[in-house]
Design a protein around this ligand. Structure first.
Ligand code: UFG
Length: 340
């Protein structure tokens, strides 16, 4: 079965392309290369042993989307990763985020909704819960007012999808709410490629250890958590990729209990920033220079997933530990910087 992966050369997209190919799906990738490099395609090819079909195009151009579906009429499923994901940037440039994350999505849905049968997986985020009142967070937790335009695009994206599925007879969909994806493929041939100064914790840690950054700033140690630093649910990107295969296969088999379902994707385990540093130091065998800095605006105190629904319904469970994920992130950073 032919599956379109939008943003397939991005971080989560590239790992999912590998997992889909290994599960026997034929993958077509589109990417506009706005936040990645074409070399990722070489990495994918070298892992799976063939080069997936790739189109460099911009989904914000509806004509290009129409042409893509004309050229690839047998696409039956889409995993839609293509989107912008920097919270701070979204505050500064909201229209860019609404256009990137929503216009493109609408154009894709217009193509899928008219097919007799089609499946879609939407990349959502635990950001839709804001600071949830109860931990771990279940899919039934209330959706809070979005803290940023980025978060808003994920909430609105879910709503658009739900409304579209209701009126299109052939479309079934799943929204996956990711917690904090980290790590890289075991081969170290693909991984995260942040442009500029990394905003996320793990790439900042690995770049600091590699000598690109002087020290990590820990954003706040006065939170109401056991060690005072924020708690997140860090999930290995390879586990996350496998969850996409499980979700897609559920849609393809017609096994869904309704045409629109939502799942949390996390490990169920919360780790503090200091615990992440400690784990990194253990697996890398080196001391990480860091200092305690002020809180970062917009950070929630803690967020970790209740994974019961994904485990039971998707038959998927994360396999890798925080140590495993950080070891793979470090191997990837060393490879990128030719440190071995
Ligand atoms: N952190 C630091 N120093 C850094 C970077 C991060 O201490 O240099 C801390 C943050 O304060 C936070 C934790 O590390 O406590 C994780 O931060 P990330 O930026 O890696 O991840 P977030 O949880 O803030 O963000 C993630 C996704 C976003 C999404 C958000 C929803 O990257 O796309 O979850 O909560 F919006």
């Amino acid at each position: 079965m032919k599956i379109l992966v939008t943003g397939g050369l991005g971080y989560i997209g590239s790992h999912t392309v590998v997992a889909l190919s290994e599960a026997g799906y034929e993958v077509v990738i589109v990417d506009n290369l706005s936040n990645t490099r074409i070399e990722v395609l070489d990495g994918i090819e070298s892992i799976i042993g063939r080069r997936p079909t790739f189109y460099e195009l911009d989904l914000r151009n509806e004509l290009q989307v129409v042409e893509l579906f004309d050229k690839e009429p047998s696409i039956e499923g889409v995993i839609h990763f293509a989107a912008s994901k920097a919270v701070g940037e979204s505050v500064e440039n909201p229209l860019l985020y609404y256009e990137n994350n929503l216009s493109a999505f609408i154009y894709l849905l217009k193509q899928l909704a008219v097919k007799p049968k089609s499946h879609l997986i939407f990349s959502s985020s635990c950001t839709v819960y804001g600071q949830a009142d109860v931990m771990p967070i279940t899919e039934k937790a209330p959706i809070k007012v979005a803290e940023s335009p980025y978060g808003n695009t994920k909430q609105i994206g879910e709503e658009i999808l739900k409304d579209t599925v209701k009126v299109s007879s052939g479309l079934s969909a799943i929204a996956l709410r990711y917690f904090n994806p980290i790590g890289a493929h075991a081969s170290a041939k693909i991984g995260e490629l942040p442009l500029g100064v990394p905003q996320n914790l793990v790439p900042f840690i690995t770049q600091t250890a590699a000598g690109l950054r002087k020290e990590l700033a820990v954003f706040g140690d006065d939170y109401p958590t056991p060690d005072g630093t924020c708690i997140r649910d860090y999930i290995h990107v390879v586990d996350l990729a496998e969850a996409h295969v499980a979700a897609l296969t559920r849609l393809v088999k017609g096994a869904s209990s309704s045409d629109y379902e939502v799942f949390n994707l996390g490990t169920g385990k919360g780790s503090s920033v200091l615990e992440v540093i400690e784990s990194f130091e253990k697996v890398s065998g080196s001391k990480l220079p860091y200092r305690i800095a002020g809180r970062r605006e917009g950070d929630v105190i803690q967020a970790f997933a209740d994974t019961e629904k994904a485990n039971r319904v998707l038959g998927w469970k994360s396999k890798y530990s925080l140590d495993d994920a950080l070891a793979s992130a470090w191997a990837w950073e060393r490879k990128l910087r030719n440190l071995d």
